[in-house]
Design a protein around this ligand. Structure first.
Ligand code: ADP
Length: 254
């Protein structure tokens, strides 16, 4: 694949054709390289906790322990297994092709739908989350409820995870230029400008969050991007390091 068709006469039709073929080969190569990288990153992501697990069990078997020590080691091992399961679930979500039946769109009223999601998330994360609607009238959209729910729960979870416990999180909705939108705003760590297009790549995490040992796999936003694409939702982000981030969803017209 890394070979190219030689371009003999750059200006004639054959020259143009060979250029197109070469461009196609380049794109194919880039896509295969991305897949290779993904497989290698995914294996690494699972191999690391597996090695930790193996180490723990080997130490346990080497010499007898008190029952308290056994319980403690088994508990940490179970937590490692749970984290690996969560990673596998995310990898499957990323690999799954939602076609036909699974992506049936229903009519949803956005304000009621979001109020419910925000209330549930506030309880789940034990965090105050403010909901604001800029529309005085109901907003009807056609969407796949499960996909939209998953997109929102990932974005709200990130807002919670990457901002201080007492800082404000706001979920907004409204209509601009006749199109419904949803925004999730936090006053947290923010994201470096140069990383704004990378955060949707599988396994990408900013160094600062890795250094702070904030748990995560770097798969959440890749799943969000895939679900949004499948549903025709445009996702954008604006952020400033140390100030906060706003993730915006522009929904297709009902
Ligand atoms: P994870 O949260 O598991 O690391 P994501 O794919 O959800 O994975 O996010 C990728 C990265 O984008 C995060 O590791 C973090 O560096 C950055 N990020 C995402 N959301 C936010 C946010 N609301 N505030 C600051 N950084 C964020």
């Amino acid at each position: 694949l890394n070979e190219r068709v030689p371009e003999a006469e750059p200006n004639d039709e054959i020259g143009q054709l060979t250029r197109s073929i070469n461009e196609l080969l380049e794109r194919l190569e880039a896509s295969l390289n991305r897949e290779k990288q993904f497989t290698s990153d995914a294996s690494h992501e699972l191999r690391t906790p597996l090695s930790v697990l193996r180490g723990t069990l080997e130490v346990l078997i080497r010499k007898p322990r008190t029952s308290d020590e056994y319980v403690e080691k088994i508990k940490t091992s179970l937590a490692t297994i749970d984290r690996m399961s969560a990673t596998i679930d995310q990898l499957l979500a990323l690999a799954r092709e939602e076609k036909g039946k699974n992506l049936v769109k229903e009519e949803l009223e956005l304000i009621t739908f979001l109020e419910e999601i925000v209330d549930e998330a506030a309880v789940e994360h034990n965090r105050k989350i403010i909901f604001q609607s800029q529309s005085g009238v109901p907003i009807y959209v056609k969407a796949n409820e499960k996909s939209l729910q998953m997109i929102l729960s990932n974005l709200i979870q990130n807002a919670v995870k990457y901002s201080p416990q007492d800082s404000e999180i706001v979920v907004k909705t409204g209509i601009t230029h006749a199109l419904p939108f949803i925004e999730i705003c936090d006053r947290g760590a923010g994201i470096l400008g140069e990383h704004l297009d990378k955060i949707f790549d599988p396994f990408f995490r900013e160094k600062s969050v890795v250094d702070q040992l904030i748990p995560g796999t770097g798969l959440g936003l890749a799943i969000v991007k895939k679900l949004a694409q499948e549903s025709g939702i445009k996702i954008s982000v604006s952020s400033e390091k140390g100030v906060g981030s706003t993730f915006r969803l522009d929904l297709p017209i009902s």
